[in-house]
Design a protein around this ligand. Structure first.
Ligand code: NAI
Length: 495
């Protein structure tokens, strides 16, 4: 059924409901708004007026446009007044029994062809539909906060949702200027599930004291993320972030892949919730000092060494270009089993998941870099019993090749490789399980959490063999279920 320009009812006038009302009215719908709390709906409209006033000031909206839009919004005092609507979007409290009761009540008010959508972020759409007379018309319409700015809508189908209803909501979202993606109702849907390792790996690294929060954030940002995991968790709020992780963990029957972190739980228990409480991983008090990244003083370049480039990909092409510019003579072993540089028998290898310690005292490992390398902060590590000369020289080579090297404790897959491999692995699992397509995954992660690229776009740049190797090394190292490789990643590796 065509939903464009039809009358809509939004239930729940909180942060999400108000945003949904705004964009629906701006797209030309007549919108009814109901909230059980007295005055909440009116307050939401006041807030929309304030947003419009600021948009008018910035000349992004005309006065007439704002008035027209506001004239299409009407508050109601009982949902019985909404019998004619063709779509209901529910954005009330996140409680299964309350949502179920509301939808059952709605079925006795609206017509049979009225679509029922829920903005739930964590409850099974299948479960919300349980007990409805027409469960096929209930669908998830998962917006992201702030609704007017965030482009993504996850259109979530429960077991009984009809494909027609899901496709109507998909089309409507497009009409509203959003980018919808289809998802199957599974814990965390797409974004909240695939993003878990972004936080989990950073928290594990800090728990193992591999490096500092500043260094981990800097390394992750060096591959294009707008915020590092600690900055982002502080922004989201540790209570919220921990609750989402815990709910996904529980919903997957305590699959250890999703185990929450005691580091984060301590922060929650201590009320150190992030920006909103003034302190989380970082201190937001006025005048608080953020520690600087460690400085590295490189040794001068020694171009009398025997230098060999190992491997053949975009990184070694970059190395060879840089060495030419530095006038360092070198040879290349394109068929080598590892990627990096050999200098007089000492190795500087891009991590494949093995620790430097396990490779030997003549080896230093450095992290994966997918961006334009120049001036990229990059983590590197070396065995504790390595020679002091190589411990100074290895990062000096990284420096001369155009990186900003930062030493971290030796650990499998360092920082970026570990995080990206786990994000890719989780995305592969979601696709394996039919939760979403590869394209939907890429779109969802770029638009829902501002990732610089989608997991399958990273995979295109990075060979699946390398990703699988990293996951397998993590698995070997930690021996648990958390780092088990996805069947899809294994299959891609065989192609
Ligand atoms: P909120 O707490 O800001 O607003 C909820 C509103 O619903 C309140 O005004 C409350 O009075 C009203 N309400 C509660 N029970 C009601 C009922 N039975 N009938 C009518 N009104 C009722 O919550 P928020 O953040 O807007 O979230 C709403 C829904 O959207 C939840 O399901 C949440 O999980 C989901 N969501 C939230 C996101 C967020 O970032 N806040 C993102 C995506 C989804």
């Amino acid at each position: 059924m065509e939903l464009k320009n039809k009358q809509i009812l939004v239930i729940g006038a909180g942060i999400m409901g108000a945003g949904i009302v705004q964009i629906a009215a701006q797209s030309g719908h007549s919108v009814l708004l109901f909230d059980q709390k007295e005055g909440a709906a009116e307050q939401a409209i006041e807030n929309i007026k304030k947003i419009f006033a600021s948009l008018i000031k910035k000349e992004k909206l005309t006065e007439t446009n704002a008035q027209d839009t506001l004239s299409r919004i009407q508050t109601i005092t009982t949902i019985n007044q909404a019998s004619q609507v063709k779509l209901v979007i529910e954005a009330i409290i996140e409680k299964l029994d309350i949502k179920r009761t509301l939808f059952k009540e709605l079925e006795s008010i609206v017509a049979k062809d009225c679509v029922l959508a829920t903005n739930t972020s964590s409850i099974s759409v299948t479960a919300i539909a349980n007990g409805l007379q027409n469960p096929e018309r209930l669908v998830g319409m998962h917006f992201f906060n702030p609704v007017p700015l965030m482009k993504l809508v996850e259109v979530v189908s429960g077991l009984q949702t009809s494909s027609e209803v899901a496709s109507d909501i998909y089309d409507l979202s497009t009409h509203w200027g959003k980018t919808p993606v289809h998802a199957k109702s599974t814990p965390g849907f797409i974004v909240n599930r695939i993003a878990r390792p972004f936080y989990a790996e950073a928290l594990a690294l800090i728990q193992e004291q591999v490096s500092s929060i500043q260094v981990i954030d800097a390394c992750i940002k060096s591959v294009g993320f707008r915020m590092g995991p600690f900055e982002l968790m502080d922004l989201i709020g540790h209570d919220t972030n921990f609750a989402v992780t815990s709910s996904v963990f529980e919903a997957f029957f305590y699959d250890r892949r999703f185990t929450p972190s005691i580091v984060q739980k301590e922060l929650v228990d201590g009320g150190l919730l992030g920006r909103k409480s003034g302190r989380g991983f970082y201190d937001y008090a006025e005048g608080a000092i953020t520690p600087k990244l460690p400085e590295f003083h490189p040794s001068p370049l020694n171009n009398t060494r025997t230098v060999i480039i190992h491997g053949d990909n975009h990184l070694t092409a970059y190395f060879s270009n840089q060495l030419h510019q530095l006038e360092v003579p070198f040879t290349q072993e394109k068929e080598s089993a590892w990627l990096g540089l050999e200098v007089d028998g000492f190795q500087l290898r891009q991590t494949d998941g093995q620790t430097a310690t396990s490779l030997g005292s003549h080896v230093a490992v450095f992290d994966v870099c997918l961006q334009d390398q120049n001036k990229t902060v990059i983590a590197w590590a070396i065995a504790e019993n390595s020679s002091t000369e190589w411990a100074q020289e290895a990062p000096s080579w990284l420096h001369h090749l155009g990186f900003k090297p930062i030493r971290i404790q030796d650990s499998p897959a360092l920082i970026v490789a570990r995080t990206l491999a786990m994000l890719i692995n989780e995305a592969c699992d979601a696709v394996t399980q039919g939760v979403c397509s590869k394209d939907a995954t890429n779109q969802a992660m770029k638009l829902g959490v501002n990732y610089p690229a989608g997991p399958f776009e990273w995979l295109d740049k990075w060979r699946s063999t390398q990703v699988l190797q990293i996951i397998n090394q993590l698995d070997l190292n930690y021996k648990g279920e958390r780092y088990r490789s996805s069947p899809l990643l294994q299959r891609l590796n065989l192609l």
